[in-house]
Design a protein around this ligand. Structure first.
Ligand code: OAD
Length: 234
């Protein structure tokens, strides 16, 4: 029987694809402050700027490719039941071949209603040739379309589903996240006794857990190559 492999990924997963991480660049996201572009207050203050910012992020998706790390995770589905829990809003896990992906913080390729952002009936996926949202584009409830992103201060509706998956893990892998943002970072508390835990990151990560963790101090691609070898020779 295949083992359950559960991954928690963060911005570092996509760094080698050319997407900047958050905390490696002094709290700025592509030169904007998180307050400006990743909070409901920032959006209320300047919706034009926020909508333009996410249009640019969406445009960037067309210029980037999944890296070897994403691809190895896709390939591992042959050997394991893989679930990816990602804090990333890009679509590189999908494009790397992974099938079961929980996007904790939303998805760039989707838009939703400003009035009722988490109502699943009002969420829509944009076609690749229609990635640009304009002021005046409306959701089905008549309010402005906004990015389908979980901003700071907003509830994280997928966290319970993610916690249930972590609870089923035989192997849990943390990759490319500074483990600063909750509730995502708290998912480690849901691993069951006996679960093997790996952490892949080129920099030290302060993980608050007393559980034994195998640290692979490497970037996503090299780190996933090493992990693949370990997992397939066990
Ligand atoms: P961070 O920017 O906080 O952390 C990125 C991590 O990736 C750090 O630990 C880096 O050392 C590591 N890293 C850098 N290069 C890497 C590489 N080549 N391979 C592997 N790892 C590498 O990003 P997150 O932890 O993802 O939220 O941040 C969590 C959330 O905070 C994000 O989802 C976002 C952000 O503000 C929202 O947008 C709601």
């Amino acid at each position: 029987m295949k083992k359950n492999l559960v991954i928690l990924s963060g911005a570092g997963m996509s760094a080698e694809s050319g997407i900047k991480t958050f905390r490696d660049t002094g709290g700025l996201w592509e030169d904007y402050s998180i307050q400006e572009v990743a909070t409901p207050e920032g959006y209320a203050r300047n919706p034009e700027l926020v909508i333009r910012f996410y249009n640019e992020r969406r445009k960037q998706l067309k210029d980037v490719q999944p890296n070897l790390g994403h691809k190895i995770l896709g390939e591992l589905e042959e050997h394991f039941n893989v679930t990816i829990i990602t804090q990333n809003v890009d679509n590189l896990h999908e494009r790397g071949g992974s099938k079961n992906i929980i996007h904790l913080h939303g998805e760039l390729v989707k838009v939703c209603s400003t009035r009722d952002p988490q109502n699943p009936r009002l969420v829509r996926e944009l076609a690749e040739d229609a990635y640009e949202v304009k002021i005046g584009d409306l959701a089905d409830d008549g309010s402005q379309l906004r990015p389908f992103i979980v901003w700071f201060g907003e509830p994280v509706p997928k966290i319970e589903e993610a916690a249930r998956m972590v609870d089923t893990a035989d192997i849990f892998v943390i990759i490319g996240t500074s483990m600063n943002v909750y509730p995502a970072a708290g998912l480690l508390d849901y691993v069951k006794p006996g679960c093997e835990i790996y952490l892949i990151d080129p920099h030290p990560v302060d993980v608050k857990s007393s559980l034994p963790i195998h640290v692979i101090r490497k970037g996503a691609s090299e780190g996933m190559e090493e992990l693949k070898k370990i997992l397939l020779t066990q």
